[in-house]
Each structure stands twice: as C-alpha cells, then as structure tokens.
Ligand binder design. Structure first.
Ligand code: ZN
Length: 488
C-alpha cells in the first residue's frame, strides 16, 4: 500500500521557562546553582521539610505577568496555587506547587512567520510553578552499587509554563514558534533562553488527522527536546511514525516518548497518565495571588520594544530590507549593536551587510552573542571608515575583523601592526605592474593575441607581490594600461 502524506499534522507545545529571579519561588535560597556543588542552595522549604512554610516571590509574579503581556495574554486578577501530587525522588514534598485551575494568564497569541505567510499561534495559558530537583544516576559506574544521588539546588526555582493551543501544522512551524518565543523572553529579560542548559524546556504534543475521514491518531507527547534543531527533528520523526497508525500499526498508542539525539529517534518512556492522577487541590499554605489593574499597567509600561515592532521600525528608519531586519532583531544584543553602529556611521545597509555576513559568522563559530565578544560598535565603525578612506580593502578588512574578535584590538592598531595598509600610490603599483609584465613575456603575448582573460593572471601576480594590499581598482586600471600600451 502506498504511504499517504496528506495527513494533517497537529502540534501543540508546552514550554517551561526558568525565570531570572535572584531567589527561588517560595524561599530565599539563591537561584545561582551549579551541579558541581550539589545541595548548597537549599533550606527547609525547598527541601520539603515538614512544617516549613512557603512565601511567594513577588519578582516571579512580575516576570510571569511581563511574559504574559508580551505574549498578548489576558492577565487574571485572581490566580491561585495548587498542589500537584506525585511521587518522584527529586520531589521531596511529594507534590509540586503549580497553578492548575486558576492560572496567572490565559488567551494569548504569538504571530509567527511561516513559509505560507503569517499565522497566529494561540497561547492557552501561562502559569507559575516551581522546578523539581535533579537526580544524578550512578549506575554507569562499574565498581559501585547502583544508586542515584539527589541534588536539590534546582528544586524550587521559579518556572513559567506556557501552553499553546495545537495550532502548529508542521515541525517547522513548531521550531519557528520556539525560536520566536525564546527571543521574546530574552528581550524582556525574564529568561535566559538556554535550551541546552535546560533554562528553556520544550515538550511537544503531536497527532495526525486524516482529512478524508476525520480520524486521528493517538496523541504523543515528546519530551527531552533541548535544541531548536531537535524540536524539528523529533517532530518529523514522530509524524512519520504516526502515519503508520492509519495502516493499522497497533504499536502506535497514546504515550510519552523521549527524543534521543544520538539515535535520532524517539523512545517510549511511559503511558500517558490522566490528569486526575495528580489529585490537584488548592495549596493551603499560600494565599491566592490578587493583582490590581495598576500593577499590571505598571509592568506593561516596563515592556521594551519587542522584536516585531523593532523589525518594522528598522525597515522604516534605516531603509533596510525585511530580510535584513528580521535577522538583526533575532537577538536583542545584535539589534542594539546594529543601532549603535548606525548612530556613528550613516550607511545602515553597509552595517547590516557586515553584521549579517562577517559578524554573524564569527558569532556562530564562537557560539556567543555579540555582547560576549571583545568587539564593540566602535570596532566595526572604525573598520568601515577605513575601507571608505581606502586605507584597507574590503578583503583585508575581513581578516582585520577576525583578528579584532580574537584580541579586542582596534582595527587601526591591527592595520598598523601588521602593515596591512592598502597601497594606493599609483607610482608604487605601476612599478610592480611593470616588473610582473616584464617577467612574463609569454602571457603578455597571449593577451595581445586576443586572450583577454590573461589579464586576471597579472592582477593576481600583483596582489601576490603586495600580499593583497594593492588597491584593487588601481591595479586593474594599471595592468590594463601596461598591457595595452604600445611595445617599447
Ligand atoms: Zn530554599
């Protein structure tokens, strides 16, 4: 039987964002944890000692509201914490404090740009909760007994859980959504957005629907997705696996699966527990969160310009194409860098070209944001001005920039130290051209015999002699002159 591929893909996401508060959700312990130093930021509250009383962190509520507003949610004036009961060794209380029935915010949306145009992904809810601890499994150590260690440094770290409606119709859209969400959370400084380190975590629900019969596959939850690439890969893998359901594959059942990036496949983890397994009930030790409208308005006032608005402004103010603008606003740091450069150098398109090619390539190679490098807007602007002045060629400038990324030295210093100044003295270049021409009479004859491509040979030779420093325009012109001048 032929595999059909016109099934409709339905994807919803559940994202956990670690909030950048200094202290934990319900106690004063520091959130600056390191797994090298286990169980150092703990107290009776986050260790779940009997009788310890939690107190809600106001900053976590502020961050939650800020994120909710940036995602166009309605912030609820009344929300409440519940206990989500389950047993796991990294959860000392035997329950997680979360918001279930009355979440902090609901009914939001985030527009994303898909290959088929703009579309709104609805946000069902955003609620606050605490993180669990971490288990460190020792079973891989051969000479020791099999056991696991518990580290509670992460227990009680505030999280915002963001749940979307199942509005994404392809793994690609899910990835676009995640990238945009991360960008926004970073713009508003509520989450550092690091997927690899787990400060932003993504679980995905996926099912397929047969458009002809309306029949749908069981819903699969995919966990452990810790990079944008894996969001797409894991969901593509699942979409393909789910297709088999329509051919009668009995192994396709409702369950939770984990993405294994080494094997490049999802692996069954457990059957999906029903919601009522958690025995939610109101947390008796924490009063409900009751917000005033003024509080929400105050936080709305603190929202910075968000990526979409920034993109529009860049296009208008700097007269750059939409493509450039979307790349420049893809990180707040990069957008700031661009604007700083434009303030000192009035050719935005040239700044944009350099950022999108050379600067981004360096950042990608180093795996850092622009503000984590030794480069400032001063470096790029100085470099661009030197190109304009003719001190260095664009080609030399690329290697100067590379060096500046290494050492943080200013472009002028590098040019000076390494003797990279462009040779724009016509007499000097003419001498070199003459020498090259005299040394290659055969090639000269070829050129004069009609093989005009031979000119490239001479230009190349002159560049070689000058180690690429000769002004390319002048070399071109002078080589042409020399080759076409009547023979002596
Ligand atoms: Zn604590």
């Amino acid at each position: 039987m032929k595999m059909r591929n016109d099934y409709k893909i339905v994807i919803g996401l559940e994202i956990h964002a670690q909030l950048l508060t200094k202290t934990k959700m319900f106690c004063g312990c520091s959130t600056e944890y390191s797994f090298d130093d286990p169980n150092t930021n703990v107290c009776p509250v986050c260790m779940g000692m009997p009788g310890a009383l939690p107190i809600t962190n106001e900053q976590a509520i502020r961050f939650g509201v800020k994120a909710a507003l940036a995602l166009n949610c309605r912030v609820n004036l009344y929300s409440r914490f519940d206990r989500k009961n389950y047993f796991y060794p990294d959860l000392p209380k035997g329950y997680q404090i979360s918001q279930y029935k009355y979440p902090l915010a609901e009914h939001g949306y985030l527009p994303i740009e898909t290959p088929n145009g703009e579309k709104k992904v609805r946000i069902r809810r955003l609620h606050l909760e605490e993180d669990a601890g971490k288990l460190i499994h020792q079973s891989d150590k051969i000479d020791t007994a099999e056991y696991s260690l518990v580290d509670l440094n992460r227990a009680g770290i505030p999280l915002a859980e963001i749940v979307t409606e199942p509005d994404m119709a392809s793994p690609r859209e899910a990835r676009i959504f995640m990238e945009k969400l991360r960008n926004i959370l970073r713009y508003i400084d509520v989450c550092n957005g690091n997927l690899e380190e787990g400060s932003l975590r993504c679980d995905a629900n996926i099912s397929l629907v047969d458009p002809e019969t309306g029949r749908s596959t069981p819903r699969i939850e995919v966990k452990n997705i810790n990079s944008f690439k894996f969001v797409e890969h894991a969901l593509e893998y699942e979409a393909n696996r789910l297709r088999r359901f329509f051919e009668g594959d009995k192994d396709v059942v409702r369950e939770t699966r984990g993405w294994d990036s080494k094997l490049q496949m999802t692996i069954s983890q457990r059957g999906k527990e029903e919601e009522n397994d958690y025995r939610y009930f109101p947390e008796p030790d924490i009063p409900p969160i009751v917000l005033r409208e003024e509080f929400i308005e105050e936080i709305k006032g603190e929202l910075p310009e968000l990526p979409d608005a920034k993109k529009k402004r860049f296009m208008q103010m700097y007269n750059i194409p939409e493509y450039d603008a979307s790349i420049l606003v893809s990180s707040k740091e990069l957008a700031n860098f661009f604007e700083e450069c434009c303030a000192k150098y009035d050719k935005p398109k040239i700044v944009s070209n350099w950022i999108m090619t050379e600067v981004l390539r360096e950042l990608k190679e180093r795996g850092v944001e622009i503000n984590e490098t030794k480069i400032t807007s001063k470096h790029l602007v100085e470099l661009l001005k030197e190109i304009d002045k003719g001190t260095i060629s664009a080609n030399t400038a690329k290697s100067v920039l590379e060096r500046a990324f290494e050492t943080g030295e200013m472009p002028n210093e590098i040019v000076e130290k390494q003797g990279l100044k462009q040779i724009s003295n016509a007499d000097e270049i003419r001498k070199i051209v003459q020498k090259v021409v005299e040394e290659n009479p055969k090639v000269v004859a070829q050129y004069r015999g009609g093989k005009t491509k031979a000119m490239a040979f001479f230009i190349g030779q002159v560049m070689k002699v000058t180690r690429g420093k000769a002004n390319p325009k002048m070399v071109n012109q002078l080589v042409k002159e020399a080759l076409e001048s009547p023979e002596e």
